[in-house]
Ligand binder design. Structure first.
Ligand code: HEC
Ligand code: HEC
Length: 289
């Protein structure tokens, strides 16, 4: 154990020696002391200014009196106040009044888009365009297209299990043997002829299908096949098919029937949110036309 001065660096050694290797007793660099000092001063200042130490049932509040919880509560209150301004107006006005009010409609489009994104796009698609089996909300009108009808559909759903649910059923004409295979081909030819050329299907077939239609389908879809809103039976003359529209998929509907399910939103969305969505859907329809 011998402390000596290193001739090269000028520092003292620690006196330890390992197989001829000696350790220099170099001082801690200034910069390290500097940062230790700065962080301590910072901590002291922070403890003084901000809430810091628990004191039994309370805590040191700090000279700045900063409180994140109070700040959040306040900004939530402000956001609600800002929203309630227009949502109160939305609830007190009629659909027609709101549709004429461009400022309100701008709010409807903004928050409607978010609500629609959270609750409806999974089935109805990003812009309400639907998918095979799920109606295009811009075109379909199983139950009608007035705001009142759409609001009610959103509230109670279709075949949903809600006590006031809308109920509909397209019978399974093939599976339940209500029609023979040839009659199904005929009525399909007739139905397709209503919205365009029935393809290669001969005129006699279409004519035979017309009779099948009158006897089996008109009760729900109407004599003119334009649908009946009170039973949710669609207009078959528009060329829009929510089940896809190929000969095979329409044959599938006639064979197996159809009973679409739309959830009820009464328990899940507030009346304000449902009114926003109703107007949002009406707006999608109008802008699509
Ligand atoms: C008891 C009432 C009822 C009768 C009878 C009925 N339909 Fe329907 N039909 C419906 C309902 C309701 C729907 C819609 C079902 C749904 O959306 O879940 C429908 C849907 C359809 C669709 C699908 C439309 C689309 O957009 O894809 C076709 C096609 C159709 N019916 C044709 C017929 C034909 C042809 C007959 C007669 C052979 C017939 N229907 C008889 C109630 C009926
Ligand atoms: C789980 C899938 C699903 C979700 C989620 C869903 N829908 Fe539907 N919706 C359907 C189906 C299926 C139908 C067609 C029911 C039938 O066949 O009769 C429908 C029908 C409708 C109709 C009636 C269309 C017409 O032709 O009259 C409206 C309006 C509607 N949905 C709006 C909404 C809105 C708004 C939301 C979001 C809050 C929503 N739906 C969420 C499946 C869904």
């Amino acid at each position: 154990m011998q402390i000596e001065r290193d001739p090269v660096s000028g520092y003292l050694t620690t006196g330890h020696e390992w197989n001829g290797i000696k350790e220099l007793n170099t001082p801690v660099p200034r910069i390290v002391w500097f940062f230790i000092a700065v962080t301590h001063i910072w901590a002291l200042g922070y403890w003084l200014l901000m809430p810091a130490f628990p004191l039994g049932s309370t805590y040191t509040k700090g000279l700045l009196n900063a409180d994140d919880r109070a700040a959040v509560t306040e900004s939530v209150r402000q956001a609600q106040a800002a929203r309630s301004g227009w949502t109160d107006e939305l609830m007190s006005k009629s659909y027609a009044e709101i549709q004429r009010d461009q400022a309100l409609m701008a709010e409807v489009r903004r928050s409607g888009r978010a609500l629609f994104g959270d609750n409806c796009v999974a089935c109805h698609g990003e812009n309400g365009q639907g998918a095979p089996g799920f109606p295009d909300l811009r075109r379909s009108s199983l139950w009608g297209a007035t705001p009142e009808v759409i609001a009610e559909t959103i509230r109670v759903g279709i075949n949903s299990g809600h006590k006031d649910s809308r109920v509909s059923q397209m019978p399974a004409f093939g599976r339940d043997q209500m029609l023979q295979g040839s009659q199904i081909q005929e009525v399909l030819a007739y139905v397709l002829s209503l919205s365009g050329p029935a393809g290669p299907r001969p005129a006699e077939m279409v004519e035979a299908g017309k009779a099948v239609f009158a006897a089996n389908c008109a009760s729900c879809h109407g004599d003119d096949a334009k649908g009946k809103l009170d039973v949710g039976a669609p207009n078959l003359t528009t060329g829009y098919w929510r089940t896809g529209g190929s000969g095979a998929s329409l044959h599938g509907v006639l064979w197996d029937g159809l009973r679409g399910q739309m959830p009820s939103w009464e328990g899940r969305l507030s009346p304000v949110d449902r009114k926003i969505l109703t107007l949002y859907v009406v707006d999608l329809r109008e802008r699509h036309q």
